[in-house]
Design a protein. Structure first.
Length: 216
């Protein structure tokens, strides 16, 4: 009988299994399809809580003082009212900027961003002027401190959005608005418009509290 002989074959790797081809998916998205949108929404929740705590502090102080405000006269509301009107009016060009970003219309987006940049800068300037009309220093008493804190908190959001809008405006006039990355820039414009809605909406309860509650 001949000895048993075994035949060995070289190891053959199994062909890679492709579950799904994702190469054709877009590299950017708008609204809930974008991770940045969810990050911005989370920021709204965090910063909204900061505004809520500041407003709660204001109302606590109102309850602890029979006389309110703790100042000779209520704050001058005219500049704050003008700023509020400008913020509300800005909702339309902000909506148009978001719409044009979804359409990826570069010419219109450039125009929209220039308009929103100017609006943001004007609101910052008006806010700075509002402090002069409060009629109380930040360190004069608890009323002065919380009133200044409320305006300063919202001012940081105005400055943040103004800076973001100015940077986006500059980018849309450079090579970053063209080529393979241009879609991401349009998504950024949409997220910036989403943030501006929060800036406007968060100001309304602060405006009523600072300027009209002392008159009631």
């Amino acid at each position: 009988m001949s000895p048993l002989r075994t035949e060995t074959r070289p190891f053959e790797a199994a062909p890679p299994r492709v579950a799904r081809d994702l190469s054709d998916l877009p590299t950017y998205g708008f609204g809930p399809k974008s991770p940045m949108w969810w990050g911005t929404l989370g920021f709204f929740i965090i910063e909204g809580m900061a505004f809520a705590l500041a407003l709660a502090t204001y109302f606590y102080l109102v309850q602890q003082n029979a006389q309110w405000p703790l100042a000779p006269v209520p704050p001058d509301h005219w500049v704050g009212t003008l700023n509020t009107a400008l913020l509300l009016a800005s909702l339309w060009p902000n909506f148009v900027a978001d719409r044009d970003a979804h359409r990826e219309d570069l010419t219109r987006v450039r125009r929209d961003l220039v308009i929103m940049s100017l609006i943001a800068l004007v609101t910052v300037a008006l806010r700075l002027y509002e402090f002069a009309g409060l009629g109380v220093r930040w360190d004069q008493n608890a009323y002065g401190s919380i009133t200044w804190v409320l305006l300063a908190l919202h001012l940081t959001h105005l400055i943040t959005d103004a800076g973001d809008t100015l940077v986006l405006t500059a980018l849309m006039f450079t090579r970053h608005a063209k080529g393979s990355a241009k879609g991401k820039r349009f998504s950024d414009v949409s997220d910036n418009a989403f943030y501006w809605y929060f800036v406007v909406g968060s100001w309304l309860p602060i405006y009523l509290t600072v300027y009209w509650l002392p008159r009631w």
